[in-house]
Design a protein. Structure first.
Length: 339
């Protein structure tokens, strides 16, 4: 069978809108593509019901010992592919449909020399909660290694940060704004809490650095002339160590001034690397903590996270093709260690 044209496959996938929650069409196209190339393919419903629009694609030709994995959902807004001067643009170009295409091309290169111990685990939902990865993790696997794909500029990831997302809410007392002494502003109370967070001693790690955070959403009040009775902010911490340490620091900073509700938690991960590969550490999180059933994880992928999620998301074709070589080499190295 002919080798996979990684650029053409990436463009085919990019040109299907698979914003998180609408992954069904791209999953079905990908499943058909892999079946045509001789893979045994499982289309796994993510939301528990067959025929839904959220599907994982899990494929193999033998008994996998090494599995390539990434996601095919994307953040909004969608825009189609275009190729300009050796650069592939489009939603998902580097996060992560270009990566997926490179992984398929690498798997096919290994099959061409008789290697059938490679599997593919492509999931929905990575961008919002990793529900596709959690569904895939319910499938029994004998795979020894998982090569997860995210934009690492073709470096092996030595570590990734975790996520600790919270909602901080303050309560006040409503009153007419002409008589502020009769009320108590929840918005001002929330501002006081957020200002104190700027100088709090957040946990640090020798490899990943200091915990940082983003105040992503703020809401409060009902009208300009009403003292606000409630306000809240949603905050994402990018974590570097045990979350109990962060919980303690947050509790000491907020005290009794606000209510803290935990929304999402993903631990930081320290990863295996291999000699001969450039390495790096990354401030984002991945599906790796939710794919524990698929073997010892490694992280590698073309493209830069700095352009992911932007309106100029792109990947250089040379980097995409280099990733095919790197994936093939890494899988061969891991399989040799199994022997």
């Amino acid at each position: 069978m002919d080798p996979v044209d990684a650029v053409a496959l990436a463009r085919q996938l990019i040109d299907i809108d698979s914003t998180t929650g609408r992954e069904g069409e791209v999953a079905r196209v990908l499943a058909a593509y892999l079946r045509d190339r001789g893979y045994s393919v499982l289309e796994q419903p993510v939301d528990g019901a067959a025929g839904g629009d959220r599907i994982n694609v899990i494929a193999a030709v033998g008994e996998p010992q090494v599995v390539f994995s990434t996601h095919f959902d994307c953040v909004p807004p969608y825009f189609p592919s275009r190729l300009e001067g050796g650069v592939l643009f489009g939603r998902g170009a580097c996060d992560a449909k270009g990566i997926l295409a490179a992984q398929v091309a690498a798997a096919e290169r290994l099959r061409a020399v008789g290697e059938t111990r490679i599997g593919l685990v492509f999931v929905a939902g990575e961008e919002r909660g990793s529900d596709g990865a959690m569904a895939a993790n319910r499938i029994a696997s004998r795979s020894r290694y998982l090569i997860n794909g995210e934009p690492t500029e073709n470096r092996l990831g030595a570590a990734t940060r975790g996520v600790f997302r919270v909602r901080i809410a303050t309560e006040g007392k409503a009153a007419h704004s002409g008589y502020p002494e009769l009320g108590r502003s929840a918005i001002e109370a929330l501002i006081d809490v957020l200002v104190s967070m700027r100088v709090a001693p957040w946990p640090e790690d020798a490899l990943l650095g200091r915990t940082h955070y983003t105040v992503g959403l703020i809401s409060g009040g009902v009208a300009p002339n009403v003292i606000p009775a409630r306000a809240e902010a949603e905050i994402i911490f990018r974590t570097v160590g045990p979350h109990d340490d962060l919980r303690a620091a947050l509790a000491a900073t907020v005290g009794a001034r606000a209510q803290v509700t935990e929304v999402l938690e993903v631990p930081p991960v320290h990863l295996e690397t291999r000699d001969g590969f450039e390495t790096g550490v990354f401030a984002y999180t991945t599906d790796i903590p939710f794919l524990t059933a698929w073997g010892t994880p490694l992280l590698l992928g073309p493209g830069s996270i700095h352009v992911a999620h932007t309106d100029e998301e792109h990947i250089h074709v040379t980097e995409l093709l280099e990733a095919v070589d790197l994936y093939s080499t890494l899988a061969t190295t891991l399989l040799a260690s199994e022997r």
